[in-house]
Design a binder for this molecule. Sequence first.
Ligand SMILES: NCc1[nH]cc(CCC(=O)O)c1CC(=O)O
Length: 311
Amino acid sequence: MEKIKIGTRGSLLAMWQAEHIAELLNKAGLATELVTIETKGDKVLDVSIAKIGSKGVFTEELEEQLASGSVHIAVHSAKDLQSTLPRGFEIIAFTERERVNDVLVSHKKGISLEDRKTPIVVGTSSTRRVAVLKHYFPHIKTVEVRGNLQTRFRKMEEGHCDALLLAYAGVHRMGLADKIAQVLDTDLFVPAVGQGSVAVEASSSLDPAIKKAIRDAVNHDRTAARLIAERAFLETLEGGCSIPVFGLATLHEDRLKIKGGIISLNGKTIVQDAVTGKVADARALGKKLAERLLDKGGDAILKEIKMQLKK
Ligand SMILES: NCc1[nH]cc(CCC(=O)O)c1CC(=O)O
């Protein structure tokens, strides 16, 4: 089979992920080549993602090259992929998910969210994390820290904040796990949809034999089932990555449980719930959870958030 050209952003995290996919393909006997592609999200660093509009800022240029055939696949953090891909593109594989938790990382010792005597300042650019902090840890101050993980660590060390709130997955992939001060409970910090898995995107017109070979080498079925439920949940809510929505599916033998919620930007109002059913109904379960949340007041929270983010 021809050499698989893998399109990726150039950040260290993106490169780690692309190399991880290359390794899985190489193990299955497929030759690979990495092609780095710069996206709008990499160029615009002075405007918060919530304001640029989250749609496709990190994916558009990759998709152009998928469409033209100059790369066979594009690799993304699964959680950065919009819940509805543009027409003509599909996800052909999800890698085995690693630890899904958010973590607090710091260059300082003895850092904790619970410390009320000397509250720490937490850097994050995620509306979900800010809202959840406000809800459960109202004494904590937050500051926006953007950029790739290396930039964020540098800003923290320069004194912008005492700690960063990040996904374990990214911290681990960057070899920075020794900076973890706290692994946060997934009942409080329910992760973003897709957190911890790497997704392979392709053009729907990619040769089916190549598609199958890649899928066989990369896809982890039990992770895929969980992500299908979570992504159906997000799709029903029409949530992009700048909306503070969270969702996590887990598997217990052949039972799939998905929990999730919506939280107002100020952390005051939160609606959450969970549903359980058969793995085979993953999509339907995600949709059902979303519909329940919308009914329970989530609809009003989302409307308010969308208005606030437009400002
Ligand atoms: N939004 C940025 C982003 N996209 C993927 C990861 C980490 C890897 C993952 O969650 O799979 C991160 C950093 C973070 O949220 O801390």
